[in-house]
Design a binder for this molecule. Structure first.
Ligand code: EPZ
Length: 422
């Protein structure tokens, strides 16, 4: 089995370059289907979810030309089916964005229902409510798939009962080719929502209000080619900031948008770290004992749920008792079992965790339950004394480009091993 092996206790130092945002690119690649001409997209991260998304585009008949590791040209004019490849789609939850994109493009989509995740039920009711509001019929079909169909999508006002990134994205994708105006109320405001709106507007769409809780989309008859660059990944950046603090290091995190990191920066400063903001970088240092604090994860601009496991590792090493309340997912604390095996003191009660700081963490063999839980295991391994091995690293590779190389360049003693070969 492939694992990461980390010899912890090394202070990280130097500079790390952040890649394009995973949660933006998995929405923007399907969105390229909506154009009537080829699109060029730059700063795409070299991660497994991008590889899966490009294969899905090709399986629909689109021409995909990988200009280089971080640039792709997509020609959607050769698409010849609305049925998404089953195996590929089931391997990535975000494949459900192809429903909104295909519905907007050709009025029909057939996609397998996405899998759940370790952190509880992940429904799609708001996505389907949005498609129906635009005039589409939603039909469950054999093989645990859904078929969504409409002869002519008509703009409408849609209120999202819960703030949902996925539903906001999927409704935008369908609405951009509908007749008339669509208004999404209680919309998600994450940076990747704004990035998607900017991409679609670059191809001639008329989307206003992205980044606020009311997004207005006037449907377009024709969308021309677009040349676009993906924003930096807010969560990858926050993860490396947490790594710098966990190892009492001094790291320059480059190619970021500091405004996207405000809630993370505020919490690291509250814990006693030192964060200097520049135009497109942040420098993170820590050489004092960490202080306790409380975290409540919220929709943007609140503290991001996708940084919850990573910040928990820092709270394990802080003086005093801290509390985390998970405000988005019903159970995103499974990783705490692994941290407790490394000597942490975490008690979970429903959607909240109480963390009593300890002097240090001890190395152990641990598993990654999901993408961000795996990132937390890496942070814990970097901070712990001794050799930590982390398995199920395929989750981590879904969202972190070249994490081993980036960490080695910061001085970490980390390597990718395959113990089947050893
Ligand atoms: C996106 O997931 C992200 N994934 C997640 O990041 C992130 O945790 C989440 O947004 C919250 O920010 C991608 O962008 C690919 P939601 P998504 O719809 O869209 C409920 C990562 O680590 N809900 O905003 O699936 C839902 O149960 C991943 O990068 C409904 O009730 O999340 C949850 O409680 C993990 N009905 C809340 O809304 C629906 O139809 C927020 O979910 C949809 C969602």
């Amino acid at each position: 089995m492939r694992k990461y092996r980390i010899n912890g206790g090394v202070r990280l130092s130097g500079a790390v370059d952040i890649s394009g945002a995973k949660n933006a690119v998995v929405a923007i690649l399907p969105a390229a289907l909506l154009a009537d001409e080829p699109c060029r997209i730059e700063n795409i991260p070299n991660i497994k979810d991008v590889a899966t998304s490009l294969l899905l585009l090709e399986s629909l008949g689109a021409k995909v030309d990988r200009i280089n590791e971080h640039t792709v040209e997509i020609d959607p004019t050769t698409v010849n089916t609305c049925e998404v490849n089953d195996d590929l789609a089931r391997s990535m939850r975000a494949s459900y964005y192809f429903i909104g994109a295909l519905l907007g493009k050709s009025g029909r989509a057939r996609v397998p229902m996405p899998g759940g995740c370790w952190f509880g039920e992940r429904p799609m009711d708001l996505h389907l409510k949005g498609f129906r509001a635009l005039g589409a019929e939603v039909t469950p079909v054999e093989g645990d798939c859904i078929e969504v169909q409409s002869n002519q999508l008509m703009g409408n006002s849609i209120y999202l009962d819960t703030v949902s990134v996925g539903a906001t994205v999927n409704i935008m994708l369908a609405a951009v080719r509908a007749m008339g105006m669509t208004i999404i109320e209680n919309a998600a405001k994450e940076p990747h929502i704004v990035d998607l709106a900017n991409f679609l507007n670059t191809m001639g769409a008329d989307i206003r209000g992205a980044g606020t809780d009311v997004i207005k989309i006037r449907g377009s008859q024709y969308l021309h080619s677009a040349h676009y660059s993906i924003i930096p990944d807010q969560i990858e950046a926050g993860t490396y900031m947490a790594m710098a603090v966990a190892t009492k290091g001094d790291v320059l995190v480059r190619n970021v948008i500091p405004k996207h990191l405000e809630s993370i920066t505020a919490k690291l400063i509250e814990m006693g770290a030192w964060v200097e903001e520049m135009d497109d970088a942040v420098r993170v240092r820590c050489n004092t004992p960490l202080q306790r604090c409380n975290i409540k994860t919220m929709p943007h601009p609140g503290f991001p749920t996708d940084m919850q496991p990573q910040i928990a590792v820092l709270l394990c090493l802080a003086e005093g008792v801290s509390h985390i309340t998970e405000g988005i997912w019903e159970n995103r604390f499974r990783y705490t079992e692994e941290l407790n095996r490394m000597g942490a003191k975490i008690e979970v009660n429903g959607n909240s965790a109480t963390i009593t700081g300890v002097e240090k963490l001890s190395a152990a063999n641990v598993t990654s339950y999901d993408l961000r839980a795996g990132a937390a295991m890496v942070i814990a391994g970097l901070a712990a004394e001794g050799v930590t091995e982390i398995d199920n690293i395929r989750y981590i590779e879904r969202g972190y480009e070249n994490i081993v190389q980036k960490l080695v360049r910061l001085g970490a003693e980390i390597s990718l091993i395959d113990d089947d070969e050893e």
